[in-house]
Design a binder for this molecule. Structure first.
Ligand code: AMP
Length: 414
């Protein structure tokens, strides 16, 4: 039957088969992050529009083109969150977390919203797992954050992952570099795409991202920030690299790395995966030492990343096997249905995964269904109060001790 309604463009339903694979990704991340001392935080799905305009940056694609913005009944402008860092920094300030022992280490998982052109690996509602380490400028924090994302992708088995690493310098050195880059772009204006040319003075870094042939030619000879790093910025980047080297994490220095958010300073990184095609980034992040001050707080250095759950699943391209059931309770006689439910409840309370027939099937149909849902054993209740236990792998059947069903079903190991 064709459905009259469909999920909105760029969104999708997560059906049970896919939900299992997602649950594994989330559980793996939760374990890795908790062991490193990251605690979970949840912020609302929407925020004041101004938070993202200030935090993410007015010149970015996200703010210019991709936000789901609406007015509430009180005339306030709200926006479905396109990313997690600005909201978490807002929460950090709002709850006075700068008074806690620093750094504050937070992790999150949830839906994000961007009005992008949908394609494989790019949706209008997608899900990220992320972390923020707020309140330290130490390069160790950058390295640890990168190591945790590397661990996560490794433990999940995401194939063909490559880590790209760069540094944008501090806000001051970045400004000097940007002036140099703008001068280079202005000197070659005629070869640039219209889009890049119009934004030379607004966002010259984006020129590195362009697919336009002329622009790419101009960028091949453009000055790079990694070469321009000086003093403490250079030392900071060298220490991040030394830590990663010591941990045996491979990376390529990518002087053209830019990320679509304005708040990054110093370290930036991106994990890419060939299996993903055009949308090749599985996750990434960086340091954002100026963001909290930008939002009205004290100067507070921080670093973080986000990884796309859908991109991880695309790269893994495998389905999680169904979990199976410990047992199914079949009734030879419809009069036994209530008893079957009572026994199921007792077994569930003892920790077993047990189902009963809810569809009024005959005995043959019940056994077939038990097999379909992966039940390892079927308890068959007889009208005289006795019961048989059938092992679904061997097909063997024997009389069950109805006074001790938990032990019967677990082989005494419950
Ligand atoms: P960003 O917040 O832009 O740094 O993105 C971090 C990660 O989120 C990316 O590496 C992707 O895995 C994921 N991501 C970003 N935008 C989308 C989208 N529109 N659809 C699916 N995943 C996305």
């Amino acid at each position: 039957m064709a459905s009259r309604y469909q999920a909105p463009r760029g969104t999708f339903d997560v059906l049970p088969d896919q939900a299992r694979a997602r649950a594994r990704v989330e559980a793996t991340a939760a374990g890795i992050l908790a062991r490193a001392g990251y605690e979970s935080i949840q912020t609302p799905s929407f925020e004041d529009t101004d938070l993202f305009e200030r935090g993410v940056g007015r010149s970015t694609d996200i703010v210019r083109k991709e936000m789901f913005t609406f007015e509430d009944k009180g005339g306030r402008s709200l926006t479905l969150r396109p990313e997690g860092t600005a909201p978490i920094c807002r929460a950090y300030l709002e709850h006075g977390m700068h008074k806690l022992a620093q750094p504050v280490k937070l992790s999150y998982v949830g839906p994000f919203f961007r009005h992008e052109r949908p394609q494989a690996g790019r949706y209008r509602q997608f899900h990220q797992i992320g972390l923020e380490c707020i309140g330290t400028a130490s390069p160790l924090a950058d390295a640890e954050a990168i190591m945790l994302l590397s661990d996560l992708l490794g433990e999940l088995g995401v194939p063909g992952v490559e880590l790209h690493l760069g540094s944008l310098g501090s806000l001051d050195s970045r400004k000097a570099y940007l002036d140099e880059l703008k001068a280079h772009l202005h000197a070659h204006e005629g070869d640039l795409s219209a889009d890049v040319r119009e934004r030379i003075d607004v966002n010259p870094l984006r020129a590195f991202d362009s697919d336009h042939e002329g622009t790419r030619g101009v960028m091949a000879s453009a000055p790079t920030i990694v070469d321009a790093l000086e003093g403490e910025d250079g030392e900071h980047f060298a220490e991040v690299r030394a830590q990663l080297d010591a941990a045996g994490i491979a990376y390529v220095i990518d002087p053209t790395l830019v990320r679509g958010l304005d708040y990054y300073t110093r370290t930036i990184f991106s994990f890419v995966c060939d299996a993903l095609g055009a949308q090749s980034e599985v996750g990434g992040g960086g340091r954002y030492d100026g963001l909290i001050e930008q939002l009205g707080g004290p100067a507070t250095p921080a670093v973080g990343w986000a990884v796309g759950i859908e991109r991880i699943l695309l790269a893994l391209d495998e389905e999680e096997a169904a979990a199976g059931r410990d047992g199914f309770i079949a009734v030879g006689d419809p009069g036994q249905r209530q008893r079957a439910m009572a026994i199921a409840v007792e077994l569930r309370n003892a920790g077993l995964a047990v189902e009963v027939d809810l569809a009024g099937r005959g005995m043959k149909g019940q056994l077939k269904h038990a097999d379909r849902i992966g039940a390892r054993q079927v308890l068959i209740l007889e009208a005289d109060g006795s019961a048989q236990l059938r092992d679904m792998t061997t097909g063997e059947q024997r009389v069950a001790d109805t006074g001790n069903l938990v032990d019967e079903m677990t082989g005494g190991e419950a």
